[in-house]
Design a protein around this ligand. Sequence first.
Ligand code: EPZ
Length: 425
Amino acid sequence: MDQFVIQGGSRLKGTVRIGGSKNAALPIMAATLLAEGPCVIRNVPDLMDVRTMSKLMGELGASVTRQPDGALRIVVEEESNSHARYELVSQMRAGICVLGPLLAKRRKARVSMPGGCAIGARPVNLHLRGLEALGAQIELQSGDIVATGKKLLGASVFLGGPFGSTVTGTANTMMAATLAEGTTVIECAACEPEIVDLADFLNAMGARVSGAGGPRLVIEGVQRLRGTEFAVIPDRIEAGTFMIAAAITNGEVALSQARLDHMVAVTDTLRQIGAIVDASDGGAVVSSTRRLNPVDVTTLPYPGFPTDLQAQAMALLCLADGNSAITEKIYPDRFIHVAELLRMGADIRKEGPTAIVTGVKRLIGAPVMASDLRASAALVLAGLVARGRTTVQRVYHIDRGYERIETKLQALGADIQRVNDKDSQ
Ligand code: EPZ
């Protein structure tokens, strides 16, 4: 198993290219199951989750190949198997995104119930509500969701849950509705840029989706969808992580191919903390003054502050000059990183879904354990600024969502090495 060994203290300086969005690419890959003919998708990051999704697509009869120019070519060759197995869906919850396309195109789907993960319970009731509204029959058999629907019919459905809308639930319902007969209206749809990207992709295939980016999606069903070419949006969470890396190391980092317009809450929060964020042509430049101000951060559905940057923001606020309150309104249990940051000398007190972070003068390097993808990124950020050596174990979590993070950080001047556990003993 690989680990990162980080020697803290380097100021990051230079330019980093932000890759394509993982959370846009995965549902778009699933949506190719709807197409008749090949799809070519550009700017798909080379990540563990993308490889897992490629494997799943392969089992579902699609051929997925990386072309010499880096684009992913996906063509569905046969449709006899519609079973997304537990072994794959349990590795990557976005596997649930094949449910809507399989049901719409093949009229049946069997997808393993994903179950919980390190960030909380993560139910799928809203996905099922969306598909049932379109007329699907759904039952649970041996831990699998079995959905059938000879004919899907357009309908109105409300996808709000206790923590707001659902991103992949909106994706599943929208994808299924593209081939339903009649018009579907999704109220309280997720407004995330990844949903807009998926809608753009579906429209490029010949679908008729309008309203993406707002809470009301209207989908007029069509008879068939064709293959198309498409480029995925930049990853706003990777971009935010590098912005925080610049701020925490008192550095100056230019992001290329980043979409600042997708990151308004993050930019606002970083500016309140004291970072300087300037838009540049095709990206942004982030630098920081020595002093970090405490702020209160509440994670919310888009356009609010993303839960996927909560842990990284916490690492930064550990060094602010005062108390910050970080409240998690999407995943109230997404705080596993707190215990690890405490091992590095942070001062954090948890009260329900809120963490009170009292800034300390310095963090101290320590062996820490990655638990989920974004928590691991937070530990790497803390390691970059900690005094001495930090080892982050189980970095396979970070490989799920960040492409070569250590190489990108090294190019900015960070002292970070990937070593195999065995090599380091
Ligand atoms: C997506 O997960 C992302 N994953 C997550 O990114 C991200 O944290 C999350 O959206 C929130 O922004 C992908 O896009 C592949 P939700 P998703 O359904 O769609 C509750 C990362 O680090 N809910 O929008 O699974 C749920 O419990 C990952 O890249 C229901 O109650 O999240 C949560 O509180 C992790 N019933 C809230 O809604 C449901 O049926 C939002 O979850 C579905 C969700």
